[in-house]
Write a protein that binds this ligand. Structure first.
Ligand code: COA
Length: 152
């Protein structure tokens, strides 16, 4: 399966903002909110928030936002998968796992050796796909979310 991460631009922004998850998946902010957060972070420290459309061929199926901020005081926030979602109509087709492999590749290509993420302990699908690509719980909980780490 060919999945690509396409930096957010004027051509894909509206399609990304239109993506959403199911009501029983309150695990991620809206993409509109995430893009506003990215703009704020990048106004303070350019390049620290990297938002991408997740594309399966020509189709935009999801969104992710990575943080690459070596100056962040919290080690968990320095290199992390900040946001990650696949549209409700496109879930369960393997796109999420394929996107995670691309995300890991992106961090590796940028010289990162440890990635973090956090998710709600009841996010069963999230836990399943994160474990499957190699993330492990650190045992820490921050703001009610379990922290996961992957050493590259
Ligand atoms: C998490 C998410 C990105 C996964 O994307 P996806 O495209 O549906 O994932 P995939 O199709 O690659 O894989 C889904 C896997 O979950 C499994 N799964 C489905 N329902 C499950 C459940 N209730 N419990 C455990 N695993 C489940 C599937 O069997 C599949 O695993 P398999 O390939 O080993 O059979 C997507 O569900 C999503 O956007 N969720 C809402 C937002 C979210 O939680 N984001 C993460 C916040 S940290």
């Amino acid at each position: 399966m060919i999945i690509k991460l396409e930096p957010i631009n004027d051509n894909n922004r509206d399609a990304v903002v239109a993506l959403s998850v199911r009501e029983d998946q309150p695990f991620v902010a809206t993409n509109d909110y995430s893009l506003r957060e990215a703009a704020e972070a990048n106004a303070k420290a350019p390049g620290t928030a990297r938002p991408f459309a997740i594309c399966a061929g020509e189709k935009i199926v999801g969104f992710c936002m990575l943080a690459l901020d070596p100056e962040d005081e919290n080690p968990v926030d320095r290199y992390c998968l900040w946001r990650f979602m696949i549209d409700k109509s496109e879930q369960g087709k393997g796109y999420g796992q394929a996107a995670l492999h691309e995300i890991i590749k992106y961090f590796k290509e940028n010289g990162v050796d440890t990635i973090y993420l956090s998710t709600a302990p009841e996010n069963e699908v999230g836990l399943h796909v994160y474990h499957k690509v190699g993330f492990k719980e650190t045992g820490e909980i921050e703001d009610g979310e379990a922290i996961f780490v992957l050493k590259l």
